[in-house]
Design a protein around this ligand. Structure first.
Ligand code: GDP
Ligand code: MN
Length: 385
């Protein structure tokens, strides 16, 4: 789960990581009052679940309360398009009004899971404020990484190595080390998959401040963080993905026109690969899960069919815990309820496959049956839609 910058900064504050003074607002009048309170000048920051705001007009320095109101009026209610949002952008409903600070140096700090070493890794670079992907491509030696042993935690010698890489003066090295230690605690105690500060700045008067804050939380840990669940902002999520999450269906919206109904995450991944390999583009990843009922399968199919990109549906069910007849019943239910005529290619194998196929045949739905996944992908490719 993604959270907003102002929420991540609330967490940072609880862990003693310095952030600029800031006020969250939802109207131009509030932006004006907040800027007055901050001394008549501020930085207006659009709160969306994506970065790249600086380049796209979502972070603006204003020099008076009136200007803050004007900029806020333009941002609020709009959709901000950044290199990370896709062309549809993300809705701006809240702004963070922050005191403007005097930047001497911009650094990059991030903590994430490194699958290579199977544990957290702390990364720093002296090129803060830039896209880290760009630094990785053009100047990889400026990214220093410390893999952390999760049993030992972040060791002081590692913190010292990271600070040394950043080439900081004695005056700020200690405070920078404290921030690194604190973000490791943030990461572990909140079950994060990412904590990123870009930029972490050194101010003109030698303070270390997190100017930006990005936190991703591991969805599978949210059950033990009721307080963090309150940070969820559904308006920032893909509408179909949010619906699917509420129904406990693993679903990711993609760009193509082939709706995919699959049971099992691995089978769903293979289905996407083979479909793409055959020259067709999947509209989604969907794993309906093992213990699904006809109603749950029907809900999954309805999500697929309510995606306006979908022009054909590929069903790949390996009947085990989820029986083929249960899946078929759900599919028929969803088509009956929606009145959809979108053609289906169905590959069903395993428990009750004969019953499942019979149900689909008898339903009158536009179904093509295939035996293997490769045949299914070819049949999808050949469907004239
Ligand atoms: P992002 O573009 O979505 O990652 O948003 P950031 O919060 O990182 O802001 C983008 C850039 O705006 C930063 O890298 C800074 O250079 C600049 N910026 C943000 N806040 C301030 C501020 O208070 N003072 C100044 N001078 N620049 C700021
Ligand atoms: Mn940033």
């Amino acid at each position: 789960m993604n959270i907003h910058e102002f929420q991540a900064k609330e967490i940072f504050t609880r862990y003693g990581i310095p952030v600029p003074r800031g006020i969250v607002v939802a109207t131009p009048a509030e932006a004006e009052a907040a800027t007055k309170e901050l001394g008549g000048q501020s930085v207006v920051k659009a709160q969306i679940h994506a970065g790249g705001r600086g380049k796209s007009g979502g972070v603006q320095l204003v020099h008076s309360p009136e200007e803050a109101s004007e900029v806020a009026g333009r941002m609020l209610g709009s959709r901000l398009v950044t290199p990370q949002t896709g062309p549809q952008g993300a809705p701006v409903q809240k702004l963070l009004i922050e005191e403007s600070v005097d930047i001497k140096k911009e650094l990059y700090v991030a903590l994430t899971i490194d699958r290579g070493h199977r544990g957290p890794a702390l990364l720093v670079s002296t090129q803060g404020g830039m896209d880290i992907e760009e630094v990785a491509a053009n100047d990889p030696q400026d990214i220093h990484t410390e893999p952390v042993d999760p049993l030992l935690g972040l060791m002081p010698f590692q913190t010292r190595r990271l600070v040394r890489h950043l080439g900081l003066d004695q005056a700020v090295a200690g405070d920078a080390a404290k921030v690194l230690t604190a973000i490791y605690r943030v990461f572990v105690e909140n079950d994060c998959s990412l904590v990123e500060i870009n930029p972490l700045i050194i101010t003109g008067d030698d303070r270390v401040v997190a100017l930006d804050a990005k936190i991703n939380l591991d969805d599978d840990s949210l059950f033990r963080h009721a307080d963090l669940m309150e940070y969820r902002d559904v308006s920032q999520e893909d509408e179909l993905e949010a619906q699917a999450a509420d129904l406990d269906i693993a679903y990711v919206n993609l760009d193509g026109d082939v709706g995919c109904l699959v049971n099992g995450a691995g089978l769903a991944m293979a289905t996407l690969d083979v479909t793409t390999g055959a020259g067709a583009a999947p509209a989604n990843f969907l794993d309906v899960g093992g213990g699904a009922t006809p109603e749950k399968v029907a809900n999954a199919v309805k999500i697929i069919l309510s995606d306006s990109k979908v022009r054909r549906v590929l069903v790949n069910i390996f009947g085990g815990i989820l029986r083929c007849d249960v899946a078929a019943e759900g599919i028929v239910l969803a088509y009956k309820e929606t009145g959809s005529t979108v053609p289906l290619v169905v590959r069903m194998l395993g428990t009750n496959m004969v019953e499942g196929k019979a149900l689909l045949s008898a339903s009158g739905l536009p179904v093509v049956f295939t035996d293997t996944l490769t045949e299914a992908a070819d049949a999808i490719k050949q469907l004239n839609v």
